[in-house]
Design a protein around this ligand. Structure first.
Ligand code: HSE
Length: 322
């Protein structure tokens, strides 16, 4: 009988960072928590506004992903008690589904004594999500450079410069990744491909070496942002002009609609927040802004012995961290 209780805290993430479509990701200081125990009957407790409407049966993504871990490890754990709280807004481009997948993989693996390696979890997460950028960032923390050929995902991790901070503007409307990917062409020109190879390479070198001044030249894209601009009114203006208002660089966060500006934490850009909010407002879009730091850690895992440590409701446990 498994007598563990596992609690996992998983960071949100931003993908692409502009030119690194499906390749670059960075973990952010915004979190989801998953608690998992073995149970007599499968049950779910969801806390927080982000969890409304999610299925509370065995069709739930977290349950299904946990079962994939058990199958891979050759063990049977058919009934689970799953609790979740998330501060990561859904379908806004901040990696909520990647955090759920990574959290479920890590929690289920820890529940059965961690037989699967992090690399195995990364391969599974990438196949489930369909690209490695968000899941890599949530799983390893920091900045992730990753490539996937449909079979194997390889990655390198970059430690974010301590001066790097971000300001995100989260529009008050949802945009599914499916819709945002549907807007993309199936082929691009050689000139655009070369443009992105150049910018993405520059960006990786700038982030790895801490040359924050290079970000403004590197954070440019021709593979996805121009095609997605029509789905996010105000985005083109923000991409063109945020640097004039103190950003180091700016990009669509993942598939959007959130916009993310990189900023130098030591050079407070006071004009940037009103610029983002006002530009979106002029298009009739309300937006929330959040100052977020790169999260340098991957999932933080707590394992308890059920027989020795009494259950604490998840919201009480994470109070003060939310
Ligand atoms: N790289 C992905 C995209 C991230 O831009 O579609 C979405 O989750």
């Amino acid at each position: 009988m498994i007598n563990r209780r596992v609690i996992v805290k998983i960071p949100a993430s931003t993908a692409n960072l502009g030119p690194g479509f499906d390749t670059l990701g960075m973990a952010l200081s915004l979190y989801a928590w998953i608690e998992m125990t073995v149970s007599e009957q499968t049950e779910f407790q969801f806390y927080g506004d982000q969890m409304k409407g999610l299925p509370k049966d065995k069709s739930n993504l977290i349950y299904k992903v946990a079962q994939l871990v058990f199958k891979e490890a050759g063990v049977q754990v058919p009934e689970l008690s799953i609790s979740m709280h998330s501060d990561i807004p859904l379908t806004r481009g901040l990696g909520s589904s990647a955090s759920a997948i990574v959290g479920a993989l890590v929690a289920a693996n820890a529940l059965i004594g961690s037989p699967l390696t992090d690399d195995k979890l990364f391969q599974m997460a990438t196949a489930l999500e369909g690209h490695p950028d968000n899941v890599g960032a949530s799983l390893f923390g920091g900045i992730i450079v990753a490539a996937w050929d449909g079979e194997r995902a390889d990655y390198m991790r970059i430690e974010p410069n301590e001066r790097l901070a971000t300001l995100v503007a989260i529009p008050a409307f949802q945009l599914s990744t499916e819709k945002a990917r549907h807007a993309l062409p199936s082929q691009v020109s050689m000139a655009d491909a070369v443009f992105n190879v150049g910018r993405s390479s520059l960006l990786v070198a700038a982030l790895a070496s801490g040359e924050l001044g290079m970000i403004r030249y590197a954070m440019k894209d021709r593979l996805h942002q121009p095609y997605r601009a029509a789905l996010i009114p105000g985005m083109s203006t923000i991409l063109e002009r945020a640097v004039e208002h103190g950003a180091l660089g700016v990009a669509l966060s993942g598939a959007g609609p959130t916009l993310i500006a990189f900023v130098d934490a030591k050079a407070y850009a006071e004009q940037l927040e009103p610029f983002l909010i006002d530009t979106l407002k002029q298009e009739g879009i309300e937006a929330n802004t959040l100052w977020l730091s790169p999260c340098v850690q991957g999932p933080q895992v707590t394992v308890e012995d059920i027989s020795k440590q009494p259950a604490i409701p998840l919201p009480d446990r994470i109070k003060g961290e939310m």
